[in-house]
Design a protein around this ligand. Structure first.
Ligand SMILES: [Zn+2]
Length: 301
């Protein structure tokens, strides 16, 4: 069985950025693992860290990260994710970043998280043996996204990495450039989304209720904003319809997502054949238990 490991800095990044690709891999029988790295609950947050939840209308006594992990589980169910992993590491406001501006002012020299995340990514990959890894490009330059990129590079995985465009940063900052530490020689591909997949992505993204006002201007804006963005992404490739764009290295045999998502062994080849061809993906869904045994202290299943 083919395995795709989707690395998400925060509880929502993969869904917003690569949810359509994730859904289609799940549909063609891949084992999909949605691994969010920074999901630790923090007792009695103070100052800026507390404001990050209260300014979204969430009272101080609520376990903000538990609420968001539950949102992630709901989104994962809509995507058809096989395994959800919530790694117990703290977001930047709990690591010494004390203002909104500090989150986008580069990595603090005293931020210890990168080697910790590198070791965890290595451990997860050793256990899951992914065929493909998905990670962020660092558009928007949020320090947590930059630390995940550094950690993934340090982890030196064997599997090829597809780099997704951090969204909605890619919507708000169309000129944003990928992190300069990404490997050289990458090229961009587009994964077509049909209308049903686009709607399913939007539905899954709406599960992250606590983030929607901040990220999209409200739940009602999610589908129209994603539809406009993914239409513009397809248009960049000279195509109609909707697409998610990914950066990748040299074509890896069988994994060229733009040329058709590879079905898992024993399943029917999907009708999907790339950008602009929006045939249904009904064949090939395989339900599979994960076989992954999370270590002590990990949330999710
Ligand atoms: Zn994020």
């Amino acid at each position: 069985m083919n395995t795709a490991l989707f690395l998400s800095p925060h509880l929502d990044d993969v869904a917003f950025s690569a949810g359509g690709t994730l859904a289609q891999l799940a549909d063609v029988g891949w084992r999909t693992v949605l691994c969010t790295l920074l999901t630790e609950s923090v007792r009695s947050p103070q100052g800026f860290a507390l404001a990050c939840q209260t300014d979204k209308g969430i009272p101080p006594e609520v376990d903000y990260m538990a609420l968001r992990r539950a949102e992630d589980q709901r989104a994962a169910a809509i995507f058809g994710v096989t395994t959800v992993l919530h790694l117990p590491y703290p977001e930047a406001p709990h690591r010494g970043y004390e203002s909104p501006a500090a989150l986008f002012a580069g990595v603090r020299p005293d931020d210890p998280i990168r080697p910790v995340l590198a070791a965890e990514i290595r451990r997860v990959a050793d256990e899951l043996r992914p065929d493909l890894v998905f990670a962020c490009q660092g558009l928007g330059r949020h320090t947590d996204h930059l630390q995940v990129i550094g950690a993934l590079l340090d982890a030196r995985l064997d599997a090829p990495v597809y780099w997704y465009r951090d969204t909605p940063y890619a919507i708000r900052e169309p000129q944003a450039r990928p992190d300069e530490r990404l490997p050289t020689g990458l090229h961009e591909i587009a994964v077509a989304l049909d209308e049903a997949t686009l709607a399913r992505k939007a539905a899954a993204c709406r599960a992250y209720e606590s983030q929607l006002g901040f990220q999209f201007g409200g739940a009602a804006q999610v589908l129209p904003k994603l539809a406009a963005f993914h239409r513009a992404e397809a248009a960049r490739f000279g195509r109609e319809g909707w697409a998610e764009a990914l950066l990748m290295g040299e074509d890896v045999d069988g994994y060229n997502l733009a040329g058709g998502l590879k079905p898992a062994a024993g399943t029917t080849k999907p009708a999907f054949s790339g950008l602009g061809d929006v045939s249904p993906l009904s064949a090939g869904f395989v339900s599979q238990s994960s076989g992954f045994s999370p270590s002590k202290g990990w949330h999710g299943a």
